[in-house]
Design a protein around this ligand. Structure first.
Ligand code: HEM
Length: 514
């Protein structure tokens, strides 16, 4: 049976997932934080700017750095704020304890139901789905990745194979004194790991399919103002769709789905007639088998084409750029913070003898290296708004404020990572934030680069493992510096801009073998 990527209409399923049940009043008429309750419509929205007619606060947002604009609003209005962009209401949680309460609450496991997202996902997948469908597939994806050695020996082995290529690239760059943008090298490595786990294969250097994935990821992660307009003004959807450029996001989504579909077909060929007896080797195989089981039991919804393709695609795409960018930021901070770089290298030289590469078992002996990694996660805040968490039930009250279901609520990880109540030097690179007075590693504490709670990133262990192994191996063997012409651009490079992820400004790094 061949899976087909035709965007199936999931309208029925979507409606089924978002039941609009009558709300139960809270006992004794009291509303606990985050509890839905009847007759709360008169409650106030969280404080925030008044905004302009029709546009709301849109003119006050820096389009390339909206995280900075929102931080300014939080400084004025407090830890729970709201503002409108167009007709869309946003609610921001900028306090660790409040965010923890919200993210642990089942009611706030929703995702955006915007037409833009609906058109791309059909309500399927894992990243943007809600309710029973999301729970079922999150559980299955986590179990599968764990079974395949996710963040354990098998993935460590995979990272080590990728490290050979990374270190060869850096040796070449070092011998020719060639300044380098390091992102592509890291992207190839992180993509190879997640491709093995999800698709059971890798895309080697020079392979046109790798080039396709790289370009598609850039297109997917680039924000395009026109496309996002219906997100803020739903009534513009019909007009915006008349412009070919507005279709770019849908096109790239479709192209990636077709690419994933080809991979699924390859796996089906490999599995042959005896799907049941085939020992699965990757997420894709598990999904093909689960689909067969579900259909045999008369369930044609849970593993329909679009659902299978979206889950595989989302894990494949989410596991590539995020980790590669984290590594890129780490090397940029090391290039500008030479003193910290030397201290990390001294620690690695002391603990890792001879030619050996650092392993996960060495982590406990490398508190300074761990603190530098954690501090980079904090100061960069790769996904400043995490993802939206709208309430799934109507008329929700949170700490005395009304949180309507159509409001897009986000834990503001960027703001929390700069909270002066939590961090001694919020705006500086200060790895001591994660070191105890005796020099031991203090843990990640209130740093939440992967978010937290019920929808915490499913790739956290894998991402952390890849970043630790690659960063420590590179630091052990190479000194990294910023190319001369970029040295004076520290502020611009580190400030960067915001697409879906925080991206540094243009730079070139120099590597020198140690
Ligand atoms: C350093 C790398 C990474 C960072 C900083 C990161 C960050 C995040 C964040 C902030 C979220 C949103 C959580 C929320 O809704 O509150 C998320 C969700 C997610 N991430 Fe990651 N991530 C990384 C790596 C990965 C990897 C390697 C994978 C794949 C194995 C992955 C797959 C996902 C998925 C599937 C979700 C959606 C979870 C859900 O909706 O239930 N991520 N990630």
């Amino acid at each position: 049976k061949v899976l087909c990527a035709k965007a199936s209409s999931s309208q029925e399923l979507w409606q089924h997932l978002r039941p609009r049940q009558p709300l139960q009043p809270a006992p004794c008429g009291l509303s606990g934080p985050g509890r839905p309750q009847a007759a709360v419509r008169n409650l106030l929205s969280p404080p925030g700017p008044r905004g302009w007619p029709l546009l709301g606060s849109l003119p006050n947002m820096d389009p390339k750095r909206s995280h900075e604009s929102v931080l300014e609003l939080c400084k004025t209005f407090g830890p729970i704020i709201s503002y409108r962009l167009g007709s869309q209401l946003f609610i921001v949680i900028n306090d660790y304890d409040l965010a923890k309460e919200l993210l642990d609450d089942e009611n706030f496991t929703g995702r955006s139901r915007s037409v833009v997202i609906q058109r791309q996902t059909g309500g399927c997948g894992l990243l943007f789905s809600e309710g029973l469908l999301w729970k079922q597939h999150r559980r299955l994806a986590l179990k599968t990745l764990r079974d395949f050695g996710f963040a354990k020996d098998r993935s460590v082995e995979m990272v080590n194979i990728q490290l050979d290529d990374i270190l060869t690239d850096l040796r070449d760059a070092s011998e020719s004194a060639r300044p380098l943008n390091i992102l592509d090298t890291f992207t190839e490595a992180t993509n190879a790991v997640i491709a093995t786990l999800t698709l059971g294969r890798q895309f080697r250097r020079g392979d046109p399919e790798l080039e396709f994935v790289r370009t598609a990821a850039r297109r997917l992660f680039a924000g395009r103002p026109l496309q996002n307009l219906p997100f803020l003004f739903p009534w513009t959807d019909y007009i915006v769709r008349l412009f070919p450029t507005s279709n770019e996001q849908n096109l790239v989504n479709m192209e990636i789905l077709e690419f994933i579909q080809r991979q699924v077909q390859e796996r089906l060929k490999l599995m042959g007639a005896d799907i049941e007896g085939f020992e699965p080797e990757c997420l894709c195989d598990v999904y093909i088998k689960e689909r067969q089981k579900a259909e045999a039991a008369g369930d044609f919804e849970s593993f329909k084409d679009m659902q299978v393709l979206r889950v595989v695609m989302e894990l494949f795409m989410a596991g590539t750029d995020t980790t590669a960018r984290s590594l890129e930021w780490l090397l940029l901070y090391m290039a500008f913070e030479q003193d910290w770089q030397s201290r990390v290298q001294a620690e690695l030289d002391r603990v890792i003898d001879g030619e050996r590469r650092p392993s996960m078992r060495d982590r406990d002996q490398l508190p300074l290296t761990c603190a530098v990694i954690e501090e980079t996660y904090r100061i960069v805040s790769l996904t400043p708004f995490a993802l939206f968490h709208p309430a799934t039930q109507e008329d929700t009250v949170f700490h005395g404020y009304s949180f309507p279901t159509n409001a897009l609520i986000f834990p503001f990880t960027y703001g929390m990572s700069r909270d002066p109540k939590v961090w001694a030097r919020p705006n500086e690179f200060h790895p001591e934030h994660f070191l105890r007075p005796d020099g031991s590693f203090a843990g990640s504490g209130k740093n939440i680069p992967f978010s937290m709670g019920r929808r915490v990133c499913v790739g956290e262990s894998l991402g952390r493992m890849e970043v630790f192994l690659i960063f420590s191996a590179v630091m052990k063997l190479f000194k990294v510096c910023m190319a001369d012409e970029y040295l004076s651009k520290r502020e611009d490079i580190l400030r960067g801009s915001l697409g879906i992820l925080r991206i540094p400004g243009d730079y070139r790094l120099l590597f020198e073998a140690r």
